[in-house]
Design a protein around this ligand. Structure first.
Ligand code: ATP
Ligand code: MG
Ligand code: FE
Length: 343
């Protein structure tokens, strides 16, 4: 079974072909980071324009690299949301046009379900599992009891982890996206500054990163005013220590409470070396298996959309020709809808 997938939810124009839900045949990502860098973040209008320019080229490249023709494809999966509406529309319309022209089934995929299923490209899921989703726009703990079912047991009340990374990086005058730069600096620094950790109410699996972000920014501004020298490496290491401490502790607690068999990490921040190391240590002696995707599958790509789409295809889920971009698509709602459309 070959699934061709398209992903254009943000600033990556991506397409991929995955065999039997597990094996990447081709995986093409055209990143727009260079175009957005000088604005310090993603500019929606520019993103849409790039997607229009790139989508056909990326699709052709994906088919060529796979040495397949469209006739070999069993279904076409596409990210329907959440994301930037103008960006999503390009992918959804390209996928619809292709599916219609080639008479292939069409499958709508939730972007975060895609991030989660990036892990299935490495290892088969065992349920119940807990997913820590840490990306540019999301920070959530999601419990899965079976394929295609998603229960959000905790989420951020303000900034996403990746967003906090990017904003702190900006204050440190690091280029966009700042996450990887902070990660690199942190490796050379010491967590000497005691930044706050937002544990929230007892038993809550929610997160909050805006207080931490403000604390870091204030610390930097105060130091500047007093001509005090703060090592950027130490600031990065201290900030990262706070983020990683909260993420790791809450994930571990939830894994115990829900007695999950696997803990999986998903989204761009899953590329973070500090987080990967802390989680690996925490779960080392546990029966719970920890899955973290390889670096290339942490940030946006279409292989993950194909992996998620493949399972949805197997379950009999099909999208209609009225499939539309859904910028605020809720993952629990998406799961319920999938259940209803089961053949
Ligand atoms: P979402 O998936 O929520 O819609 P997105 O698609 O923009 O958001 P991703 O592509 O999953 O987000 O991840 C991008 C984010 O990951 C950015 O905020 C980036 O700074 C962060 N990131 C990438 N690598 C690292 C790293 N090594 N350490 C910390 N953060 C990182
Ligand atoms: Mg991105
Ligand atoms: Fe993403």
């Amino acid at each position: 079974q070959y699934i061709l997938a398209v992903e254009t939810s943000c600033d990556e124009t991506a397409a991929a072909i995955v065999k039997n839900g597990r094996e990447i045949i081709s995986n093409v990502v055209a990143s727009q980071i260079e175009s957005h860098k000088r604005f310090g973040g993603v500019v929606p209008e520019i993103a849409s324009r790039h997607h229009v320019e790139q989508i056909t080229i990326v699709l052709e490249e994906t088919i060529n690299q796979a040495k397949l023709s469209f006739d070999d494809i069993d279904a076409i999966a596409v990210t329907e949301g959440p994301g930037l509406v103008g960006a999503l529309l390009i992918g959804v319309n390209a996928a619809k046009a292709l599916a219609y022209a080639k008479q292939k089934p069409l499958i709508g995929v939730h972007h975060i379900a895609g991030h989660i299923y990036a892990n299935q490209l490495e290892k088969e899921f065992i349920f119940p599992l807990l997913s820590l989703v840490v990306s540019g726009g999301h920070t959530e703990l999601i419990l899965m009891k079976e394929h295609g079912s998603f229960e959000v047991i905790g989420e951020t009340r303000d900034d996403a982890a990746g967003e906090a990374y990017d904003k702190v990086a900006r204050t440190l005058k690091l280029p966009y996206p700042g996450g990887p730069h902070i990660d690199r600096l942190a490796a050379d620094g010491e967590a000497l500054i005691d930044f706050p950790r937002a544990w929230l109410e007892d038993g809550s699996y929610d997160f909050s990163f805006s207080g931490l972000k403000s604390a870091v920014i204030n610390k930097l501004h105060n130091a500047e005013q007093r001509n005090q020298v703060l090592k950027r490496e130490d600031v990065a290491a201290s900030f990262q220590a706070s983020v990683v401490d909260v993420l790791t502790t809450k994930t571990y607690k939830a894994a115990k409470e829900f007695g999950v068999k696997q803990v999986i990490v998903a989204g761009g921040v899953a590329a973070n070396k500090g987080l990967r190391a802390a989680l690996s240590t925490k779960f080392m002696d546990e029966d719970t298996e920890l899955l973290i995707p390889p670096l290339s599958l942490c940030t946006d790509n279409a292989a993950m959309i194909a992996a998620a789409g493949s399972v949805a295809f197997e379950q009999g889920h099909r999208a209609g020709w009225n499939l539309n971009a859904n910028p605020g698509l809720d993952i629990e709602e998406y799961g319920r809808r999938r259940k209803l459309s089961k053949g």
